[in-house]
Design a protein around this ligand. Sequence first.
Ligand SMILES: C=CCOC(=O)Nc1nc2cc3[nH]c(NC)nc3cc2c(=O)[nH]1
Length: 373
Amino acid sequence: MTENFTFNLKATSGKARLGEITMPRGTIRTPAFMPVGTVGTVKAMYLDQVQDGGADIILGNTYHLMLRPGPERVARLGGLHELIRWPGPILTDSGGFQVMSLSGLRKLDEQGVTFKSHVDGSLHHMSPERSIEIQGLLDSDIQMQLDECVALPNEPREIERAMELSLRWAERCRVAFGNQPGKAMFGIVQGGDQPALRIRSAEGLKQLDLKGYSIGGLAVGEPQAVMLDMLRITLPVLPTEKPRYLMGVGTPDDMLKSVAEGIDMFDCVMPTRSGRHGLAFTRRGKVNIRNARHAEDMRPLDEQSSCPATRDYSRAYLHHLVRSNEALGGMLLSWNNLSYYQELMQGIRQAIAEDRFEDFKAATIEMWARGDI
Ligand SMILES: C=CCOC(=O)Nc1nc2cc3[nH]c(NC)nc3cc2c(=O)[nH]1
């Protein structure tokens, strides 16, 4: 068992990287997909299934957990891992992004953000220091700086203002985080779709002795080409020996192309959220199980899968459950989708290990191009 946070780069295939993050609570194989466990649960899943399905780490959302059950209460209950019974590493966001997108934002200034809870309307203030304090109370293993993510497209002046503010907040978070050997704090590169601002943000964060770097401000409505361009600008500036985490991404296509640029970690609600709405991800593309054509299709989603939800249940039954809005429908499709995402990550890691990632990427995207099957 290691008492530190270390990242070991094991192989490369083009710019794609195979690595391992070792932490006291376990090892994270990269490239990694991190299921989103918003309010201390990966929705519609048992965490045993999430772990058995291949996830080494899950996400917890600071914004939700600070509102309910509250960070001090979680600490009194032994911390998030105890409460939700997840033994592995947990990455928590700083809350910044969700405050902007979910709450009645009241004010954002140098000190931090002031907002009204979407739960009960209570007023909250979150400074960079309070965000790190909350993540500490949650006993989070990988903590995020507080940042300001602006939507795209946007005025360059506005993107610059938010990027500079985020840099100042990164410094304050770094001071507040202090020295916690078995834990990590990641900075978040901002700068929107502006190359010069992306470079300045990455250069600024490199002064802070961080253990990893998130790429923020993307997957906020910009075309995929813009997102990939920003990765090509940003990643060469970042230290190769530290992990890179692309926030909120994405579809299998997004992840394959981002791994090809040098991304190591991903999180996205897509597999779980779309599973609850009847969309199944499979090796051969997406299946909208609500579609009438599945009503009497006795085939499972994929007879070759090792996931029971994928291998043992007919499309007809899944169709019936989803059409009837039965809980089991969302449960089985979430299970299927997370299993597919982890199977894809395993395939990516294997392809990098054998230096054939480019072929694997092309073949997987081509298989997907055939669309709904
Ligand atoms: C776990 C996340 C750590 O969150 C933070 O502390 N801040 C933060 N979160 C983001 C989340 C995003 N999701 C998407 N698309 C679905 N784009 C995102 C961009 C950001 C961002 O720029 N900052």
